[in-house]
Design a protein around this ligand. Structure first.
Ligand code: ADP
Ligand code: MG
Length: 298
């Protein structure tokens, strides 16, 4: 079963085609990392899914039903812009107000529960205006979690967070999917962070989905390589190119993508009077994969 199934979605603003025949499949239980440059159509797609914008064409299904279906709409939690909070009110009172607006049955219990999920139970008496950006983002997620959603749609929730804020956010999102049976769609361009949590990826460019894959597929698509440094990089490069077929210079290292062991390369270079000063085996990251993919697509 898919939480989101989108076919051929289109949205234009005047002359601008923001979403251009987009397809997307988000399985239930996924943390789906939605990746793309600024202006590529991520927010527009998310607003279309939530019903905040009306599409020009295409189909959106949520949990197998049309996205306009009221029962299905009730299962969606959204954080697209900052939560509408009163700065001088406490976190608790802001949450209670929202829970009341949403006619949540046991508001106190529910607010306590969602604040616990976002690791804010100890800060409920803080005024909203005194909360850090990371806390504010998590309050936004707490808002979205009211009413026990089955799908959370989060637009760039890790933008601007410091390392600690990122770590907590990561824990919260994993917790939500694992323990609360919630599927998460999260847009971001901070690929290093996304890579630590996403189970699925979708890459959008100019309103089109150019690639969807699982974390396992990404792993397979990201080759390992041997990276090395020596005192004479120019000669090393020449020697490597004689023997191996896939050599690349990257961040002051020479990389060999051929299926070969590090020791073998060291020996080969040593025999040719080159001393390797540094060597490591590594794997290309989501970020590098993405950059290469963007280059190909152009
Ligand atoms: N309300 C709007 N009116 C006109 N153009 C818009 C509007 N919303 C978005 N756009 C345009 O649509 C494109 C996609 O925007 P958006 O979905 O916000 O991208 P992203 O979230 O990936 O940065 C951009 O070129 C943007 O300028
Ligand atoms: Mg956006």
């Amino acid at each position: 079963m898919n939480a989101i199934e989108i076919k051929n979605l289109t949205k234009t603003f005047g002359q601008k085609i923001a979403v251009d025949g987009l397809n997307m499949t988000v399985p239930v239980g996924a943390i789906y990392g939605f990746i793309g440059e600024n202006g590529s159509g991520k927010s527009t797609t998310e607003k279309l899914i939530c019903g905040l914008l009306v599409p020009d064409g295409g189909e959106i299904k949520l949990f197998g039903r049309d996205y306009t279906d009221q029962d299905v709409r009730a299962k969606i939690g959204v954080l697209i812009e900052q939560p509408g909070c009163f700065p001088n009110m406490s976190v608790w009172n802001n949450m209670m107000l929202q829970a009341t607006n949403l006619s949540i049955k046991n508001p106190e219990e529910e607010v306590r529960k969602v604040l616990k999920i976002v690791r804010m139970e100890g800060s409920a008496s803080n005024k909203f205006k005194n909360c850090s950006l990371g806390m504010k983002q998590r309050i936004g997620i707490a808002f979205a979690l009211l009413g026990e959603p089955a799908l959370l749609i989060l637009d760039e929730p890790i933008n601007g967070l410091d390392a600690d804020g990122m770590r907590i956010m990561r824990e919260v999102l994993v917790d939500i999917t694992k323990n609360y049976n919630c599927t998460v769609l999260i847009s971001s361009h901070i690929l290093g962070e996304l890579e630590k949590i996403a189970s699925h990826y979708g890459i959008i460019r100019d309103g089109e989905m150019i690639k969807q894959m699982t974390a396992e597929e990404l792993d397979k698509n990201c080759p390992t390589y041997v990276a090395l440094k020596s005192k004479n990089m120019a000669q090393t490069k020449m020697l490597l190119e004689k023997k191996y077929s896939r050599i690349k210079e990257e961040n002051e290292y020479l990389r060999v993508y051929d299926d070969v062991k590090a020791e073998e390369i060291v020996n080969y270079l040593y025999k040719n009077n080159i001393f390797v000063t540094e060597i490591k085996t590594d794997k290309i990251s989501l970020e590098e994969y993405y950059i290469d993919l963007m280059k190909e697509a152009k």
